[in-house]
Write a protein that binds this ligand. Sequence first.
Ligand code: ADP
Ligand code: 5GP
Length: 195
Amino acid sequence: MSKHKKNGLLVVISSPSGGGKTTVIHRIIEMDDRRFTYSVSMTTREKRKGEVDGRDYFFVTKTEFEEYIRRGDLVEYEQVHDWYYGTPREFLLKSLQAGLIVLLDIDVYGALNIRQMFGEKFLSIFLKPPNKAVLMQRLLDRGSETREQINKRMKRVEKELQMSGRFDHIVINDRLEDTVEKVIEIILSKYNRNK
Ligand code: ADP
Ligand code: 5GP
């Protein structure tokens, strides 16, 4: 048996809504590289078309979510927009113990909240849209929210962009292929250093 201690890595990928987190994470998971896994968050928001319970999110009621909070089963949680979102504790800790790279798609406040808990095992990457007009257009093209919901999300953008300086890395999400390549390079560089 190997005497080397396996060191997992927790990688938070954040951005304003529509910044490309889901797309980039899907691309990485689709590579089928067994070192990577994805932490499925829990939420009280309604399921969007095409989303699958247990794959995209664990969709629960507000009462169920509050029960999770009460039991301490979430590493962190936030109220984002009108809904609760949180990171289940058990899967995250087990994956890190197994030496995996765990990808988290969480908002900027959640990201900064868990940094202290994980020390050297933590890496944060902020995906920045090329500019606000492109971000708005991507949200409109995605077509998963009403115009009113998009406006609400756009109101948070300035604050979220200001917080980008507190992340370990900022990657401008212009051409998708370049973004994915850069994100993987940053992650593996840290993972291999930690080994
Ligand atoms: P988030 O998960 O951060 O809210 P998404 O991954 O859903 O963002 O991306 C928002 C929309 O922008 C999606 O429709 C996605 O296909 C598109 N998108 C993401 N990255 C790029 C990119 N680099 N170039 C063009 N479109 C992109
Ligand atoms: P969406 O509704 O578009 O899927 O996500 C809205 C926001 O909630 C995004 O910024 C996303 O990163 C964030 N989010 C998703 N899961 C979590 C989580 O577990 N914790 C926190 N803090 N934010 C999350």
